[in-house]
Design a protein around this ligand. Structure first.
Ligand code: Q46
Ligand code: ZN
Ligand code: ZN
Length: 313
């Protein structure tokens, strides 16, 4: 297998590009794809400060690395979710990456700083863990970006993630979500801009990127992900992609080019009705935001004392 660019020995094939790459040209491809996404969707300018939501997984560490390689100003934000050993190990990966490179990592620990962990919060609020987790992450990322004076929050969602979310939203015609499923959400109502620079790169490419760049990342999935519908959607799309390379890309980018605008009016209408949360000031459609309500219910249940004592910043 030879590199399509230089004819040297290739280390990876990318079927949707019908091409093979050596290490150097693969790393260049990853940077070029991120640069193209940033330019096409006007995600980020070099004079802006970005806060990268880092989980310790391959995608978020890779996007942080690529942004720095491209010359952007990017700090990291690690959020400790209190999900047992998984959180301990993922925090260590994020810290090791940052300290080896002398980068600034902002840390928030849900059990220490807000008095509850995701498993407790989900049980108390009778939500599935990923729902309690997702709303906590959105809230705390926004808050940290506002407090730190960052212009934009960056997440490591890749093409596989976005195609799977789109697949689920189309399957159930969740039109309000479809209107917001964009690689850039502009800043408004006190929310910072949110961008997903990895939308042109797949999961397998991000794992290869980390291996070739010697980035250690947490390989285990979050234990709460078991039974998560998105894993099923990813498997379904992988089966389609195997027989028809490029399908995920066409599905997602075809949606952005030809369909997403049809759903934005509904999403915009919801945005208009936001006002500050009575407790924390975050924009919300109700009196009290979803995070404050979750925190209130979750802290009514004592967090296991062991975990609280263990949690550290
Ligand atoms: S961390 Fe949180 Fe994920 Fe774990 S609880 Fe679900 S959403 S699966 S990316
Ligand atoms: Zn090459
Ligand atoms: Zn609030």
């Amino acid at each position: 297998m030879k590199c399509t660019v230089c004819k040297g020995p290739a280390v990876i094939d990318i079927r949707r590009h019908n091409a093979n790459f050596c290490s150097e040209h693969f790393l260049r491809l990853c940077r070029d794809q991120v640069a193209k996404a940033i330019k096409d969707f006007e995600m980020l300018r070099p004079d802006e400060r970005a806060l990268v939501a880092v989980s310790g997984g391959k995608d978020s560490l890779a996007v942080w690395d690529i942004l720095l390689e491209l010359g952007y100003q990017a700090d990291g934000l690690y959020l400790g979710l209190g999900i047992g050993d998984y959180s301990d190990a993922s925090g260590e990966m994020a810290r090791a990456f940052a300290s080896a490179r002398g980068l600034h990592l902002v840390e928030i620990d849900l059990p220490t700083d807000h008095g509850f962990d995701i498993p407790t919060g989900a049980r108390a609020a009778r939500r599935v863990p990923c729902s309690a987790c997702g709303l906590s992450k959105r809230h705390l990322f926004d808050e940290a970006a506002r407090e730190g004076g960052y212009d934009v929050v960056v997440t490591g969602h890749n093409l596989d993630d976005e195609a799977a979310v789109l697949f689920g939203n189309v399957l159930h015609w969740q039109t309000d979500y479809l209107g917001r499923q964009l690689p850039v959400l502009p800043a408004r109502h006190g929310f910072p801009r949110k961008v997903k620079p990895l939308v042109r790169l797949g999961e397998r490419e991000m794992a290869a990127y980390c291996v070739l760049r010697n980035i250690d990342y947490i390989v285990e999935e979050c234990p709460m992900a078991a039974g998560n519908k998105h894993l099923g959607y990813k498997e379904a799309l992988n089966a389609i992609e195997a027989t028809s390379p490029g399908s995920k890309h066409d599905f997602y980018f075809g949606f952005l080019a030809r369909a997403s605008a049809h759903f934005t009016t509904e999403a915009e209408a919801e945005q208009q009705e936001l006002h500050p949360c009575g407790r924390c000031g975050a924009p919300t459609p109700g009196e009290v935001c979803a995070f404050c309500r979750l925190a209130e219910r979750a802290t009514a249940v004592p967090v296991s004392l062991g975990r609280r004592a263990e949690a550290s910043r």
